[in-house]
Design a protein around this ligand. Structure first.
Ligand SMILES: CC(C)(COP(=O)(O)OP(=O)(O)OC[C@H]1O[C@@H](n2cnc3c(N)ncnc32)[C@H](O)[C@@H]1OP(=O)(O)O)[C@@H](O)C(=O)NCCC(=O)NCCS
Length: 285
């Protein structure tokens, strides 16, 4: 297939009918490498959609090349939407299609009168962290250990299934600002990160009271945990362990995860989470 150079012919619209839903089943297997039993099947897609869920596809002519799927949920006493899956075919990535699918999903919810969307992602995945916090403006107050259990069901889940539960406050000033502007630059206090990338790519834990003594706390992650895991599953697990410790300690101490930025030190690239003390989700509405 020729390299993709532009996406103007791609249309985002509701997914409808059996054939298009079968294509969603196939795309799940292609993107996550899931066995048959772990995919969300057509029947569930039909029911969730009929009950107020959203199922949107990105189509290159007739071919489904990405989708967003979520269902009605209940969050802190309010009606909300839990977005369970977002995927773009590998050849179509980094053309802003994931972003466009999220925007279209947001529009659908605003029409329903829903202003809160939640989802989960693996906090060691730098791409997803950047996409969720920096491009979309989510915030997170929950770290979930082995959310989907610890038996590896997919090629992406070998290192456990820890997740950050993120909240996207659809009409907040913060979200409007992020949607209007790309490449949001973060301001950092001079704080020692709770976990830092070592020169040998291993995580080093710093002193906890010191790391939690400022308004901001920081947690570093590798730029590409998947490549690192291919080199050494032990090293990937060290990262899981260290970041699980850091997120849990910081959240228990009253910090909220509010941002993520891509950074470099010499020729080493990494990602850094920014956590803020004394903030609540309600401060971002
Ligand atoms: C997550 C996903 C849907 C994003 O789709 P996409 O169409 O590539 O998304 P976009 O092009 O809108 O945005 C991707 C951003 O990530 C950035 N990015 C790419 N690789 C990155 C990395 N290793 N670290 C940090 N950011 C990265 C891109 O630069 C781009 O940001 P920019 O527009 O500011 O340059 C797609 O990567 C995917 O299907 N991944 C596998 C499934 C998955 O993880 N789904 C989400 C969790 S359920």
């Amino acid at each position: 297939m020729a390299a993709l150079t532009e996406t103007s012919s791609i249309v985002i619209r509701d997914i409808d009918g059996g054939a298009e839903m079968r294509a969603v089943e196939e795309l799940q297997q292609e993107v996550w490498g899931l066995p048959d039993l772990d995919i969300v099947p057509l029947t569930q897609l039909v029911a969730a959609k009929a009950a107020g869920g959203v199922l949107l596809g990105a189509f290159d002519h007739e071919t489904l090349i990405g989708f967003a799927y979520g269902f009605v949920s209940y969050e802190n006493g309010e009606m909300a939407h839990h977005s369970h899956m977002l995927a773009v075919k590998p050849a179509y990535r980094n053309f802003n299609l994931g972003h466009k699918l999220k925007l279209a999903q947001r529009e659908r919810l605003l029409v329903q009168g829903i202003t809160m969307m939640t989802w989960t992602f693996d906090p060691l995945q730098s791409l997803n962290a950047y996409f969720n916090f920096n491009k979309l403006g989510v915030v997170s107050d929950r770290y979930l250990i082995n959310f989907y259990g610890d038996d590896a069901a997919s090629f992406l889940l070998r290192n456990g299934t820890d997740r950050l539960w993120v909240t996207w406050l659809l009409t907040s000033r913060r979200v409007h600002e992020r949607l209007d502007k790309t490449g949001f630059k973060l301001e950092f206090e001079r704080v020692i990160p709770l976990v830092q990338l070592g020169i040998d790519d291993s995580p080093s834990r710093n002193n906890l009271p010191e790391g939690l003594s400022h308004e901001q706390a920081l947690i570093e992650i590798p730029a590409d945990i998947n490549a690192l895991e291919r080199q050494s599953s032990e090293l990937a697990f060290e990262w899981r362990d260290a970041t699980r410790w850091a997120f849990n300690e910081a959240i228990a101490a009253g910090y909220l995860v509010v941002d993520f930025s891509r950074q470099s030190r010499g020729d080493q690239r990494f990602g850094i989470y920014l956590l803020s003390r004394g903030k609540r989700l309600g401060d971002f509405v």
